[in-house]
Design a protein around this ligand. Structure first.
Ligand code: SF4
Length: 322
């Protein structure tokens, strides 16, 4: 009997979301407009390839504002920052450009509004993740972080009739709903956010993975280990029936032994991953006989965000001055 044809099922959508695209463009355009160096607080997006490429162009990545020389330009990452980070930047005379994804900003606004109405806010998310740190900083005295269903038993609130849940934007949709169900068992009057906090890009990438996973002997997700949405995609692939799944930074990180007995490879990439890294993986697989690549589309994405207004204003001024 002939061997079954080795193939790759490529998930769509994958890779860059609108928020990452905007954040990377923000640093690129800031470098063009103001010249190097441009300081960036934290990784602009959680992908090493992107960070290294921007470093080559003159971006300097720092952990905190105090590492940025007074009067310099600093870009805040897509994950968002607490209000005190803006205050520190102003106190140092930094020119801050805020590349926070507008969908993260929306969660910050929800946190402020519910805190103003004196709710206890149960923020479902990963303790220590930059986005969670930033959102919590909007109303620290009102927010309790709930890091998955296993954390629900320890949650305390002041008034069980005035509780709302919000979430990090890049969680597993299914696991988040399990956490909400467990919270609701403890607090039956728990309110939901006015709209989905888990963003469209996270939801679409997970749904596309689920479509392919049942057919995949091996599922590869291209992404960095600190990228929450990429890590969640590996978990989703396994839960949806992939026989094995791995997160890989790039083609070099693939272990050839994973291909033993594999006919169908599922492939996708996290929201902070440039497409070139996916091409390198398909080339790597093709060199090992997986030369049939079929894209499986779950949905089309057309969303795009305008650059931060402080940058747009300076770009306009530079153009009109020419
Ligand atoms: Fe924005 Fe979602 Fe992309 Fe995060 S993953 S930057 S919230 S669009």
């Amino acid at each position: 009997m002939p061997e079954p044809r080795k193939r790759v099922l490529l998930a769509k959508p994958r890779g860059y979301c609108a928020g990452v695209d905007r954040a990377v463009q923000t640093v690129e355009q800031a470098l063009d407009l103001y010249g190097a160096p441009v300081y960036v607080r934290k990784q602009i997006v959680h992908n090493l390839h992107v960070v290294r490429a921007l470093e080559k162009r003159g971006a300097i990545f720092v952990d905190e504002n105090h590492e940025v020389p007074e009067g310099s330009i600093v870009v805040f990452s897509a994950h968002g920052v607490a209000p005190e980070v803006h205050e520190q930047a102003a106190a140092r005379g930094l020119k801050a450009i805020d590349a926070t994804c507008p969908l993260v900003t929306k969660v910050h606004q929800e946190a402020r509004r519910f805190a103003k109405d004196d709710y206890d806010i149960l923020l479902i998310g990963h303790e220590g993740h930059e986005e969670v740190v930033g959102t919590s900083g909007e109303a620290p005295e009102h927010i309790t972080i709930v890091d998955g269903p296993q954390s629900v038993t320890g949650v305390e609130v002041r008034d069980p009739e005035r509780v709302v849940w919000l979430s990090q934007t890049t969680l597993s949709v299914d696991e988040t709903m399990q956490t909400v169900d467990a919270l609701r068992e403890r607090f039956p009057l728990l309110q939901s956010p006015p709209s989905d906090d888990i963003c469209y890009a996270t939801q679409n990438r997970q749904a596309a993975v689920k479509t392919i996973a049942p057919e995949a002997d091996l599922f590869l997700v291209v992404g960095s280990a600190n990228s929450s949405n990429s890590v969640r995609m590996v978990e989703v692939a396994l839960a949806a029936g992939a026989r094995a799944a791995h997160l890989v930074e790039n083609a070099e990180a693939i272990d050839a032994s994973w291909l033993t007995g594999v006919t169908t490879v599922g492939l996708s990439s996290g929201a902070s991953v440039p497409e070139i890294l996916v091409h390198e993986v398909t080339d790597w697989l093709a060199a090992r006989g997986y030369d049939e690549v079929r894209e499986v589309a779950h949905t089309e994405e057309r969303l795009a965000f305008a650059l931060p207004q402080e940058l747009r204003r300076d770009l306009r001024a530079a153009t009109s001055g020419r």
